[in-house]
Write a protein that binds this ligand. Sequence first.
Ligand code: GRG
Length: 350
Amino acid sequence: MWTKAALLTLFLASTASAFVNSKLSVKPFLSPAFSAVKDDEVIIAEDIEEKDKAFDLVGYFKSNLPALEKAMLAATKSDIPQTDNICKSMEYSLMAGGKRLRPMLCIAACEMFGGSLGDAVPTAIALEMIHTMSLIHDDLPMMDDDDLRRGKPTNHVVFGEQVAILAGDAMLAGSFEVVAKNTPKSVPAKRVIQVITILGKTMGPVGLAGGQAMDLECEGKEGVSVEDLTWIHTHKTAALLEASICAGATLGGATEDEVETLRKFAIDIGLAFQIADDILDITATTEELGKTAAKDLEADKATYPKLLGLEESKIEAQRLIDEAKTLMKPFGDRAIPLLAMADFIVNRKN
Ligand code: GRG
């Protein structure tokens, strides 16, 4: 078993690494498909790899954010006074910020196949509602027992455990309602049903709920293997990134084969996301993360750095990102926003 001191020593020895010090460096890339160019600088990119690095990801996020925030806020509102407290609790966590990665993946995948921002927004916010619900429940004393999330006291600390559980449940149920009710009528009903099916599966025993159950089962247990860990995180973490991308692509009109290719991409970047998360847990501060640092150590959790070592974990995360990006080659320029998000996943600071 790794002691906290051993892990911290490992961390100090690794602070010079390019991975930890790398930044989300984004320069504007002028493309008719994307209007998020911040200034006049135009980079003539030689190939997809360069274009993906040059893509203005920050601008892309900023341009999509207002539509998302507006729809998310509306999803927490009710004009029935008896619901004031639970609605406040939902709003507190949903509007607390966060990277909004899952909605952005959904929008990018939808646009990649010709869908619009408006086509994707209801599903995109449903994904963020599911994600936020999973964070609220994950933070409960009976689960990971945390008191800080997105830089604020956790939901149960502010509203109490009972309301926090119910606010999570309400958001889960509401996610289906939002997709069914608010997806534009121009999107074929068959695609909407496919999306609802994806969301349902993603929450279930072979999704977040099952991944979390196995994660809790393995806590403090000896002999957890890399295979066990990969199973946990394929379901607990990667499944929601997979749903985001597959649902977005479905809404945009991707074929079954195209969705399958994107699914492989999503699972790769989803696992890389978790490895990066495990690394940040021991290399970043509580202030940087907006949640309690070194939490995995405290709970004696199996993590990638614990099983593989810090350097190997970084190598594995980058290998997964490279593999994911290779899968996207057939899509050419259309995949650039998703490729830029894949890079962001391993270069992020929180
Ligand atoms: C969905 C039915 C159902 C149950 C949920 C509690 C639970 C079961 C699952 C836990 C899932 C979980 C919390 C996985 C961790 C994934 C992860 C690394 C989250 C951090 O995501 P970020 O960094 O967070 O994108 P922000 O705050 O930026 O959105």
